[in-house]
Design a protein around this ligand. Structure first.
Ligand SMILES: Nc1nc2c(ncn2[C@@H]2O[C@H](COP(=O)(O)OP(=O)(O)OP(=O)(O)O)[C@@H](O)[C@H]2O)c(=O)[nH]1
Length: 599
């Protein structure tokens, strides 16, 4: 057990790619926590996908022993936090488990949108913040300019900021000294009942659920019976330990310390992040302020391309959910796509990560339907229903009005692209809230409907600014607007998987674009096929797919029966990849392509 005054708990906050993981690796390496030859790049990013995409998803932690220049031995607990907007919630909750942060800014780039978003989380958690200017080995590095920008935009003193190259190792020693000397030690009482914060949990196939904890007061020992205060469940602690970064079991964790416990817990869902863990008897009286659970904000349907793989998909989703309590799912059937699941995600990146993992780790090819946000539908009888799927829109005669989720988006962009960014935001029904300048960069703050952002906003933003813009958002609440459900009818039959919610003013343009696209995607049949977009009973756009006149067997001059059969068989095979709608076959790719909003 370590004395409180010798413990420092901290996180690193940074914009994506500014070098957070590289710096963490260096700190670990410099202190000899991992022998040089065991060092692989990006030690803390554990999942393959994280490594490939270079993004950190699951919060992780590592305990570092450091003998400081004052001759004392310190224990430094570094909590790793995800850097992407979708996981802002994980950032804010893990911040509450530590007392300080290193603010890492790439000195060749400067402050970006996620620098701001993440540093605000640190400030909200009352952190002491130590600024670190990274990548000073790069020729474009300009520490004075970036320090000034940090002072201007964030409002923290940065003239004396530590100058670091996580690549060459320069400034790493100074960083360790700053952690010891500038960050506060934790406080807590050893001879009090146990009070520990459940910081995170994940599923491990050997050990079951692993729970990351921060001890506030008291001691956590192996063999103890503990209570999770949110639901009064009791557990026997099998094992406790720390990450260095590999797991090492120890006997006791005291106040101020961070580590893990296992207690034969079967599912991540049985643990609530932010919960308070205490003794089963005579525990602490007041629980820590609970955190609100993360709410999925983007929903979409996942269907197997090959309907025979539905059970495999169910299996994959069950397994993924073991480790990801923020992802929700329920079974869905669609006339067009068969059996699948309607799934809820924290954001688009989260959706992509889950979809990639299903395709890659479980080898199931998927059809993803259009992502939709959650609308609030206010009925005439005064009740409100949440609408997760446009196909479930109630009968309009019972609906009073609709509300849609809005976000506050912060975009940082070099001056020369500002015009394009403002236009993009305007096009997406954005309302400007603020526009300021820091050096040659502009910061625009917009109030936008989430619905206009989930699809391809980020891609468009990247492309109009050649990748120079950075973007971050937070949900702000719901607002009423003139929203309607647009249905698509093929040969006079409504096709549910293609219906979507749109703003009334945009409906005509969307409808037109959609029917034109479908006309290209649906093959011609023996008869004429009208393709229509409609709101309620009113058709707002229409195309007609002309009839196919040629009979495929016509070339066979009646004579050769086997050849004729072969041709018909071939035609039948081709049909398998289609879904029949009334009398019309719609190829599967039509569902995805038609919904893509490339303007
Ligand atoms: N030249 C130079 N490159 C660096 C330095 N530090 C990090 N990099 C590079 O910058 C890139 C991003 O570094 P990461 O450590 O992955 O960035 P990150 O902030 O952890 O990114 P996420 O984990 O995706 O949030 C990598 O290619 C690093 O090799 C540095 O001091 N100098």
């Amino acid at each position: 057990m370590t004395e409180l005054s010798k413990i420092r708990n901290f996180s690193i906050v940074a914009h994506i790619d500014h070098g957070k993981s590289t710096l963490a690796d260096r700190l670990i390496q410099e202190t000899g926590t991992v022998a040089g030859r065991d060092m692989k790049a990006q030690l803390l990013d554990s999942m393959d996908i994280e490594r490939e995409r270079g993004i950190t998803i699951k919060a992780n932690t590592v305990r570092i022993d450091y003998k400081a220049d004052d001759g004392e031995n310190y224990v430094l607990n570094l909590i790793d936090t995800p850097g992407h907007v979708d996981f802002a919630y994980e950032v804010s909750r893990s911040m509450r488990a530590v007392e300080g942060s290193l603010l890492v800014v790439d000195s060749s780039q400067g402050v970006e949108a996620q620098t701001l978003a993440n540093v605000y989380h640190a400030m909200e958690a009352d952190h002491e913040i130590v600024p670190v200017l990274n990548k000073i080995d790069l020729p474009a590095s300009d520490c004075d300019r970036v320090a000034e920008q940090i002072e201007d935009v964030i409002g923290i003193e940065a003239t004396g900021a530590i100058q670091v190259s996580a690549k060459t190792g320069q400034g790493i020693h100074e960083t360790l000294e700053a952690i010891v000397n500038e960050l506060p030690a934790p406080t807590g009482t050893r001879d009090a009942p146990l009070k520990a914060m459940l910081v995170d949990s994940w599923y491990d196939s050997y050990l079951g659920v692993i729970v990351l904890v921060r001890i506030i007061d008291g001691e956590l020992k192996k063999g103890m019976r503990v209570k999770f205060m949110s639901n009064d469940t009791l557990h026997s602690v099998d094992r406790i330990g720390v990450f260095r970064p590999e797991m090492e079991t120890i006997d006791v964790l005291g106040p101020g310390e961070m580590g893990f416990l296992t207690a034969s817990i079967k599912q991540v869902r049985d643990t609530r992040v932010g919960d308070t863990i205490t003794n089963d008897r005579q525990g602490c009286e007041v629980a820590l302020d609970g955190f609100k659970p993360a709410q999925p904000v983007v929903f979409c349907g996942l269907f197997p391309v090959d309907s025979a793989e539905f059970e495999d998909l169910r299996d994959a989703i069950d397994k993924l959910a073991l480790n990801d309590a923020s992802f929700t799912f329920e079974m869905e059937t669609s006339a067009a796509l068969g059996f699948g699941f309607r799934c809820g995600f924290l954001g688009l990146l989260h959706l992509e990560v889950v979809r990639d993992r299903i395709e890659r780790e479980y080898n199931i090819e998927l059809i993803t339907t259009a992502p939709s946000v959650v609308y609030h539908v206010f009925m005439r009888d005064g009740t409100m229903v949440e609408l997760h799927n446009p196909a479930d829109m109630p009968d309009l005669t019972h609906v009073d009005h609709l509300e849609e989720p809005r976000i506050k988006a912060t975009i940082l962009v070099p001056d020369e692209y500002l015009g394009d960014v403002l236009k993009l935001c305007q096009d997406r029904r954005g309302l400007q809230e603020d526009l300021t300048y820091a050096g040659s960069r502009a910061m625009a703050v917009y109030d936008l409907p989430l619905n206009e952002v989930v699809f391809d906003f980020y891609d468009r933003l990247k492309s109009v600014t050649k990748g120079y813009a950075s973007f971050d958002y937070q949900m702000t609440g719901y607002r009423e607007d003139n929203l309607v459900k647009m249905s698509i009818l093929v040969n006079d039959e409504p096709v549910d998987a293609l219906s979507m919610m749109v703003h009334r003013d945009r409906a005509d343009a969307r409808g037109r674009a959609m029917v034109e696209k479908l006309k290209d995607l649906i093959p011609r049949h023996m008869f004429k096929i009208p393709i229509q977009a409609a709101i309620g009973g009113k058709v707002i756009a229409r195309e007609t797919l002309s009839a196919l006149r040629k009979d495929v067997t016509a070339k066979c001059y009646g004579g050769d029966a086997s050849r004729k059969r072969k041709l018909l068989d071939k035609q039948k095979k081709g049909k398998k990849k289609m879904r029949q709608f009334g009398k019309v076959d719609i190829p599967q790719e039509a569902f995805i392509s038609a919904l893509k909003m490339d303007s």
